[in-house]
Ligand binder design. Structure first.
Ligand SMILES: NC(=O)c1ccc[n+]([C@@H]2O[C@H](COP(=O)([O-])OP(=O)(O)OC[C@H]3O[C@@H](n4cnc5c(N)ncnc54)[C@H](OP(=O)(O)O)[C@@H]3O)[C@@H](O)[C@H]2O)c1
Length: 229
């Protein structure tokens, strides 16, 4: 059984990932920036709440210190927290998008590394997006090729994909992988039609989070397996 931290786990795909890992018997820390929403989710799920805003260095450092001191190691980090700016393209919105979706991964991963290195089979799953895949957006048959309403989201997720690869190369002892969860009905996509239930999408994250020592690293996957970058 593992000790797992999930960022942005108070709702959506992160919440469902926590639910599935807890059902398997893992210890799960529900990272959330809002104490009320986070504590409520943790109480509902039966996990531990830890306050964590991925855009705030002090809160990230404090969260990892809390987990490390309590558990002695971190086995699995799921960098799930994310935001999508639909339509607006300007400097502040770009900074917000990149700060959350890309720099947030750097903040949390750097703070987690000392504790991941104390684990016997450390894993990091970055929940990115095929919107940030150069392959998907340049393949006419893929729906991402026709989506132009969220360029800052796509660009920040492309940065998140590259961060995954760079971390995987820099830390071969830790299995870093990126996940495309699939178009999912959550608050993030509430203005769009459709989207599948969170259960299927979280399943891909859970599979990579629990793959064990013989698992893959440096991949970008959806529920069908590895995709081109
Ligand atoms: N839904 C899809 O179709 C889809 C497709 C591809 C990829 N993804 C990715 O999947 C991940 C989860 O998205 P979702 O669909 O579950 O969206 P969601 O329901 O909007 O959940 C996003 C989560 O991220 C948290 N968050 C946002 N900014 C944060 C910050 N600065 N610090 C800490 N937490 C923060 C939110 O917390 P608050 O409640 O406090 O706002 C919330 O818990 C995201 O990375 C998203 O880009 C989603």
């Amino acid at each position: 059984m593992t000790v797992t931290l999930i960022t942005g786990a108070n709702k959506g795909i992160g919440f469902e990932t926590a639910r599935q890992l807890l059902a398997q018997g893992h210890t799960v820390y529900i990272g959330a920036r809002d104490p009320e929403r986070g504590a409520k989710a943790a109480a509902e799920l039966g996990g531990f709440f830890v306050q964590l805003d991925v855009t705030d260095d002090a809160s990230v450092a404090a969260a990892l210190e809390t987990i490390g001191r309590a558990e002695g190691a971190l086995d699995v980090l799921v960098n799930n927290a994310g935001v999508m700016a639909n339509g607006t393209v300007d400097g502040p919105t770009a900074l917000w998008s990149f700060d959350t979706n890309a720099v947030g991964i750097v903040r949390v991963t750097e703070a987690a590394l000392p504790w991941l290195q104390r684990s016997s089979q450390p894993v990091v799953v970055n929940v990115t997006s095929s919107m940030g895949s150069f392959w998907a957006v340049t393949t006419p048959e893929r729906p991402e090729s026709g989506l132009t309403t969220a360029p800052l989201y796509a660009a920040s997720k492309a940065a998140a994909n590259m961060l995954t690869l760079q971390y995987a190369k820099a830390h071969p002892d830790i299995r870093f992988n990126a996940v495309e969860p699939g178009f999912t009905a959550t608050d993030m996509t509430a203005e769009m039609d459709g989207g599948r239930p969170v259960e299927v999408s979280a399943g891909t994250i859970v599979r990579l989070a629990t793959q064990g020592a013989a698992g893959t690293a440096g991949t970008f996957s959806d529920e069908g397996g590895p995709l081109p970058w």
